[in-house]
Structures are given as C-alpha cells and as structure tokens.
Design a protein around this ligand. Structure first.
Ligand SMILES: C[S@@+](CC[C@H](N)C(=O)[O-])C[C@H]1O[C@@H](n2cnc3c(N)ncnc32)[C@H](O)[C@@H]1O
Length: 225
C-alpha cells in the first residue's frame, strides 16, 4: 500500500514475509473473505487460475480446492521472500499443480488465455491499477472471471472508529519513506481500489460487489463477455 516504487515494496514485504504469512493465514474471518472472492471466479475442476500478487499463498488452498488436481494455479509475485513462503506452503501440501512466478503483476501476461484471475490486497499497491486490471481482463478467455478483494476506508458515518484504525494500519504497512507523501497513504489506497473496481466494472459483465467488515472490505467480481 504505497506511493513507493517496487523496490521499496519488495524490501518491505521481504522483511515481513514470515509475519505476513501468519497474519494472512490466521486472521479471524479472513479465510471466509478469501473464500467469497474465490467464489466469484466460478472455478471448475481442471480450470487454470492466475493469482496476481499471491504473497505467501494464503489463497492457494481455496483456489486448489476448486480447480482440483487436474487444474492449475499460478501465483505471481515480485517479492522473493514472499514467494519463498508460498513455495514452502506448496511443498508442505504436496501440490504439484501450483506454480510460482517471480514477476511484476502489473504487466504479467500468461502465454495462453486463462479461466480466472484473482488479486487480493494488491491493487492498492499498483501505480496504475486500472491499467493492470485491463491487462488482467485481456489475459482471460471469453467467459473467464476476474475477482478483487481489497480493504479501503468505509466512509460510513457509523464506521468512523474502524476507519481511524484502518488509517493506522495503512500507515504502519506502507513501504518506503512516508515523509514525502503529497496525499495521505490511505487516500491513495482508497483511490486505487476505486479505480481498479471501476476498471473491472467497465470491462466485465455480471459484476457483483459486496462490502464486509462495516464496509472496509470489498469483494468485486465479474465475467468477461
Ligand atoms: C498485501 S500482500 C497480499 C498478498 C496476498 N494476495 C494475500 O492476500 O495474502 C501484497 C503482495 O503483493 C505483492 N506485490 C505488490 N505489487 C506487486 C507487483 N507490481 N507485482 C507483483 N507483486 C506485487 C507484494 O510483494 C505482496 O506479496
């Protein structure tokens, strides 16, 4: 979640990969939200799904469950240490059809069109989230699905304490030097999440949006015509 360039984000996530893995896998309620996002992909056994910014692979169990042993899961991330955690998970589980790629998710394009693309807690880190979403949509086969799971300020009057806590969390988890920001990082995050969701809504049909945790968490999914 940053204004910082890729190297600052990579250093940040590189340093915190182990702790991130624990939080990403064990935070109460998060597994249900991951499941909800994966539901939007409408996966079937044998499908191929790409997860952009897969981190330590906390979504892999949900994705692997849906595509089964005959399907394929590809996790893309640019932070070596996050991928190392993901690789440990894949090895522990004995999955042979979960593959990892170290690459920039903003420009990564699979060789063949895929059935689904997932990005969870990632678009807020991209300089041009709308362009990334466009590229992800382009990588889908006709009828393929894209789903986004993100956190942003709720904006609901009744949720102000949650928004205050959220701003603190964004500040603490923003990579790089925070002193040179023009705008507060939570505002940038809100704008990026909104831009990504708008890009998805523009390119997809049957778009389904839902809000959770007092409006702080959003799940958006759609199908490419
Ligand atoms: C907040 S973590 C989310 C990880 C995972 N999606 C999850 O839900 O637990 C963000 C991840 O996105 C990765 N990331 C951020 N920008 C990226 C980019 N441009 N290309 C590839 N990975 C990126 C970071 O390395 C990090 O692992």
């Amino acid at each position: 979640m940053s204004h910082a360039g890729p190297s600052a984000a990579q250093r940040f996530y590189g340093r915190w990969a182990r702790l991130y893995d624990v939080l990403a896998s064990a935070t109460p309620g998060l597994a249900r939200l991951r499941d909800l996002a994966v539901d939007r992909l409408d996966l079937a056994p044998g499908d191929t799904v790409v997860e952009m910014g897969c981190g330590t692979g906390a979504n892999f169990p949900h994705l692997r469950d849906r595509v089964g042993p005959s399907g394929t899961v590809v996790g893309v991330d640019f932070t070596r240490e996050m991928l190392a955690q993901a690789r440990d998970r894949v090895r522990r589980e004995g999955w042979t059809n979960v593959h990892l790629v170290q690459a920039d998710a903003a420009s990564f394009a699979p060789r063949e069109p895929v059935d689904a693309v997932l990005a969870t807690f990632v678009v807020g880190m991209l300089d041009d989230p709308a362009a990334a979403v466009d590229g992800w949509v382009d990588s889908l086969r006709p009828g393929g699905h894209l789903a986004l799971l993100d956190a942003a300020q709720s904006g609901r009057a009744s949720a102000w304490p949650v928004d205050v806590a959220f701003r603190g969390l964004v500040l603490a988890s923003t990579p790089g030097d925070r002193s040179g920001f023009d705008d507060p990082p939570w505002q940038v995050l809100d704008e990026r999440v909104a831009a990504a969701r708008a890009a998805l809504a523009e390119r997809a049909v049957d778009v389904a949006d839902s809000e959770h945790v007092l409006g702080v968490v959003r799940v958006t999914g759609g199908r490419v015509p």
